[in-house]
Design a protein around this ligand. Structure first.
Ligand SMILES: [Zn+2]
Length: 1038
């Protein structure tokens, strides 16, 4: 008998949540028998002895463990829930192989012939338990949640099912999140890394305060071998304690027989040893080869989101802020860096030196702790009281000037803008040779990929734009994220959306010559594209598993987050309410943790004008639901009606949501369309609304002025026709952002099936007069997506026609591009040239190919002394890589290149080869590491996929090497998201859909649940549908 079988509704609700944590699937300590009953066909559903036995032990457990974190009636709910869970756990334990390290041995009991009395007791007990469970589950306000008997959300009750520790004892905590009864105050960390053997030992002394009576301390630890643990309560004696570990959740626990009392202080000291991590997180080893050919090793950290626990035992959640005092030993030839300035250096008896850093003056989250042992060299400067330094490997010291200069300017800007001075005495920016992310905002010690921090003296502004953007982003985090931190990863966007928004906003002021606005506009278009999928998610959403934490690092948190902040800022009256609001937010919550509502409340409270809008009311519609609105315009004479609906790209036509947004719609008309004063506002909160009567003479209106709003607009046939006709007469009737947004929107609408492809081509007719970067690059990007889809479907005749269409549309602009860098050339102009020539050469345009080859030849003959302009390197290397001989030359140059931005473009060139042997080679080389660092594998895959031969190879490669891939890059991580998206986004056939679906569903806990998999499947279906629908149109119109 299965207790959940008795009620299917209940079962549908319960098991999913009771057994929700995927960890259970990895380590089957607890098996969902309801789900897996078929796997245990001969299993006696009820074991009377066991049932009689379990309640007692469960009750004992409840009495013994952690119950002081809750009040009386919560405890009752919990204990009963545990009781149920317990019986499952132990029953399944009896049927598990005992080889699992986490297996608890089932007590040796016979269950074949229970006595009559036992039977009666058992049956009675079962009835009571079952009734209690039913009552508890269905009674409002009583559920199996830690937060007590409050049914906050009917579909997500969490379970209390204790797992088994590594030593066989029951692990006393059953949740992913740590209990709140203990709060760490300070960490004293001593680390002794051995870079020769790639190991380290450590001692962590944690001072804690007891917030609620408890008999339990639970914290995080992963891959650490804890050798000794002592506990000192308040002013009592220190004594050894036993540490229990539950590896699947990376938690350790210490149990006490006596209660730790509220308000008490205590100290836990843990000694441990571990290997330096060989992936890109935790305390990991990295290496590089210097110009003399010597291999140099170093060790660095990357803790966000969940890897501080790999370097030291800690309360590894963002809201457990504390201070840190760090000591690290090193060989005399190395230096060490950490968040704070060095306080002292002490020679040790073994010939090593121990550096001690000042105790942090701020409370910080564990994911922001950092330390490095390396032989780097710095350059420094000062901004008021702060020493700003940029560190690199010694060979690249002369590439650090730009970063230092930019960081100083930006630090000054932020100090002033936020009206809160950066609180630390030093700020280091360090280029790490082997680093997966772009950069990491560790407080006072920001780490970067070399390409995100280093630029040569002759670098173009386009290359500098990359470095300036990343520096601006990471510096903004010193306030948004470091000073004020999201309470939990569900609100990651508070960190990332803000830092992304501030990065563009600050650069527009500090370095206007970088034309950052074009990039921000393109970023918003891509955010819309991603968020249009049914598989997208709300900006702020529930996060309950480690993979889900990893997955939060995506375009919704970053780019959509930034986009909605821009929309908010643009819709507030005056230009100061936004700034004043965030200053108030930062001041009010300085050193604390927040959630999304705290931000909206701060922005609402600031009153700068008589009629300020309610920010909370407006913005919660943008953060609490996925997707964005499509606003449809319909006009009858002077009357204009706007209607909103969810812009949802879904392969299932039936799906429609009732989502509504509070949209600050902006619009301009042909009477006044360019200057900011022309902009008019209308708040669309309901399904539809009517604008103020327009004069009949108005020929057209354009919504979403300069695309500052996060929505797409459909003007209807007449509206589009009016805009197209206006643009054909004079492109300058709209700003370039507005023209780019029309192009983006019409392609999106075509993908949605709202406008015909013929209509798209109608709009593009005006392009022959277009000269500005954003509209051209957006059109090229959209056309290239179609071109690639057609190419990969082997629609040869259409591909040929598409080629000549693109060449024809952009011929005059392509012809105008020069192959040399002009003096004082704007970034915008470089972006335009780069995009046009890349397209021309990829279409095999003769003149382009000839020029690119000539440039490469000159470059090789000059032995690399003659520089190819930064914005042209990519196209030159890509063309070169298509010839056998030049590919080999490029490869050898790649091996010797020291300037990383250029080196990366060489790599993209190499990966663009159409030679199958080379494709296979480069994929394997990227996975292996060495000549091509593994950190570059996502880029290699992305590039290979854009060639016809490549995208099929990549898909095979990913399937064959999946386990190696997720060993290097965590499941759900941005790297894995990129790899999946690259490999599948160009599939458009049923056969490929089946393959992708089959492969990912076979992975089970090794990645099948990832959102990026759902996105991939959805994208393939949409491609398939678009092709089916539009191939005939293309045949007809191209
Ligand atoms: Zn960030």
């Amino acid at each position: 008998m299965d207790p959940f079988d008795s009620n299917n509704t209940e079962r549908a609700n319960l098991p999913r949540n009771m057994i929700e944590n995927s960890m259970f699937e990895e380590e089957p300590d607890v098996v969902d028998l309801a789900k897996d009953s078929a796997a245990f066909p001969t299993f006696p559903a009820l074991d009377p002895d066991e049932v009689a036995f379990e309640p007692r032990s469960s009750r004992l457990l409840v009495r013994g463990l952690g119950q002081h974190d809750m009040d009386e009636d919560e405890e009752d709910c919990e204990s009963s829930a545990r009781l149920l869970g317990m019986s499952f756990m132990n029953r399944s334990a009896a049927h598990r192989s005992s080889s699992s390290p986490y297996t608890r041995q089932a007590p040796p009991r016979s269950c074949s012939r229970p006595s009559g009395r036992t039977m009666i007791v058992c049956v009675l007990f079962l009835v009571i338990v079952a009734s209690l469970t039913m009552v508890m589950y269905f009674l409002p306000g009583c559920n199996f949640t830690k937060r007590g008997c409050q049914r906050t959300n009917k579909t997500t009750p969490s379970e209390q099912v204790y797992p088994v520790s590594t030593n066989g004892e029951l692990f006393p905590w059953a949740q992913l999140r740590l209990p709140r009864s203990i709060h760490p105050l300070s960490y004293d960390l001593t680390l002794d890394p051995d870079l020769d053997n790639m190991t380290f030992t450590g001692r962590t002394v944690i001072s804690m305060s007891v917030l609620h009576n408890t008999k339990l301390i639970v914290l995080h630890s992963s891959h650490l071998n804890i050798t000794k643990a002592t506990f000192k309560p308040g002013d009592g004696e220190a004594r050894d304690v036993t540490v229990l570990e539950y590896k699947p959740r990376q938690q350790i626990a210490v149990k006490f027989s006596e209660e730790l009392k509220t308000g008490q202080y205590c100290v836990l000291t843990l000694d441990y040893s571990a290997n330096l991590s060989h992936t890109y997180d935790g305390f990991y080893n990295s290496s590089y080869t210097d110009t003399d050919g010597n291999k140099r090793v170093l060790a660095a950290t990357q803790f966000e989101p969940l890897a501080a626990r790999k370097a030291f035992p800690c309360f590894d959640e963002p809201s457990f802020k504390a201070t840190f005092l760090i000591r690290i030993s090193r060989k005399p030839t190395y230096l060490t860096l950490s968040n704070m300035p060095q306080a002292k250096s002490t020679p040790l008896l073994n010939g090593l030196i121990q550096d001690e850093f000042e105790k942090t003056i701020v409370n910080m989250s564990t994911y922001l702790v950092a330390f490095i042992v390396a032989n780097f060299t710095p350059i420094s400067s000062h901004v008021s009281e702060t020493q700003v330094s940029v560190y690199s490997v010694p060979d690249k010291k002369e590439q650090t000037d730009y970063a230092l200069d930019t960081a100083c300017k930006l630090l000054e800007f932020y100090n002033d803008f936020f009206e809160i001075t950066y609180p630390l005495k030093k700020l280091d920016l360090v280029a790490i040779p082997d680093f997966l992310a772009g950069a990491m905002e560790n407080w006072g010690l920001i780490t970067f990929r070399e390409t995100s921090l280093l630029v040569g003296k002759q670098s173009s502004n386009l290359e500098k734009q990359v470095v300036a953007s990343v520096v601006a982003h990471e510096l903004a985090h010193q306030w948004f994220g470091n000073l004020v931190t999201m309470r939990w990863w569900n609100d990651l966007w508070l960190n990332e959306g803000f830092a992304t928004y501030m990065q563009y906003m600050s650069l527009q002021t500090v370095l206007p010559q970088l034309d950052i606005g074009n990039l921000f506009l393109a970023v918003r278009f891509r955010a819309l594209d991603d968020d249009a999928l049914n598989s997208s998610h709300a900006v702020s959403m529930d996060v309950n598993k480690p993979e889900q934490v990893e997955e939060m690092f995506d375009s919704v948190s970053y780019e959509k987050g930034a986009s909605i902040l821009l929309m908010l800022n643009a819709s507030l009256p005056g230009d100061q309410q936004f700034r004043k609001g965030i200053i108030q937010y930062l001041k009010q919550f300085s050193g604390l943790n927040t959630d999304t509502n705290d931000l909206w409340n701060s922005l609402t409270q600031v009153e700068v004008s008589a009629q300020h809008p309610n920010v909370s009311e407006m913005m919660s519609s943008w953060t609490s639901q996925k997707g964005f609105p499509l606003v449809t315009v319909s006009r009858k004479g002077g009357q204009v009606t706007l209607t909103q609906e969810h812009f949802l790209l879904t392969s299932d036509n039936a799906t429609q949501t009732s989502s509504l947004w509070n949209i600050p719609v902006t619009y301009v008309t042909d009477n006044c369309s360019l200057a900011p004063e022309c902009r008019q506002m209308f708040n669309l909160k309901t399904k539809s609304g009517t604008l103020n009567e327009l004069p009949e003479s108005v020929k057209w209106l354009k919504l979403n002025y300069r695309n500052t709003g996060f929505y797409i607009v459909d003007y209807g046939d007449e509206g589009w026709a009016a805009l197209i006709s206006a643009l054909s007469n004079n492109v300058s009737v709209l700003t370039q952002e507005d023209r780019a947004s029309l192009i983006h929107n019409i392609f999106a609408l075509s993908r949605l099936g709202r406008v015909s492809f013929h209509q798209v081509l109608n709009l593009l007719k005006y392009m022959s007069n277009e000269t500005q970067t954003s509209p051209v690059t957006e059109a090229l990007l959209q056309l290239n997506v179609l071109y690639q889809l057609l190419d990969q479907r082997q629609e040869h005749s259409l591909v040929a026609r598409m080629k000549s269409y693109i060449k024809h549309q952009f011929a005059s602009l392509m012809d105008k591009q020069t192959w040399k860098e002009e003096e004082e050339e704007s970034v915008s102009k470089q972006e335009l040239r780069s995009a046009l020539l890349k397209m021309a050469c990829s279409l095999n345009e003769e003149k382009c190919i000839k020029q690119a080859r000539a440039q490469f030849k000159q470059y090789v003959e000059s032995n690399g002394t003659l520089r190819i302009p930064g914005d042209l390197q990519q196209v030159v290397f890509t063309v070169a890589a298509q010839s056998n001989e030049d590919w080999e030359t490029l490869l050898s140059m790649y091996g010797q290149a020291t300037y990383d931005a250029e080196k990366r473009k060489m790599l993209r060139g190499l990966a663009s080869t159409q030679d199958p042997r080379r494709i296979v080679w480069i994929l394997k080389a990227g996975l292996r590491g060495g000549l091509i660092q593994t950190q570059e594998l996502p880029l290699v895959i992305y590039t290979v996929c854009h060639g016809f031969a490549g995208y099929l190879f990549v898909w095979d490669f990913i399937q064959e090497n999946w386990d190696s891939l997720i060993e290097k890059f965590p499941v759900g991580s941005f790297a894995i998201q990129t790899i999946i998206k690259s490999a599948t986004s160009q599939f458009s056939t049923q056969a490929h859909l089946n393959q992708v679906e089959g492969f990912f569903s076979s992975l089970k806990e090794r990645g099948s649940q990832m959102r990026s998999v759902q996105e991939a499947l959805e994208t393939i279906r949409l491609n398939q549908r678009w092709m089916d629908k539009n191939l005939p149109t293309l045949q007809k119109w191209l």
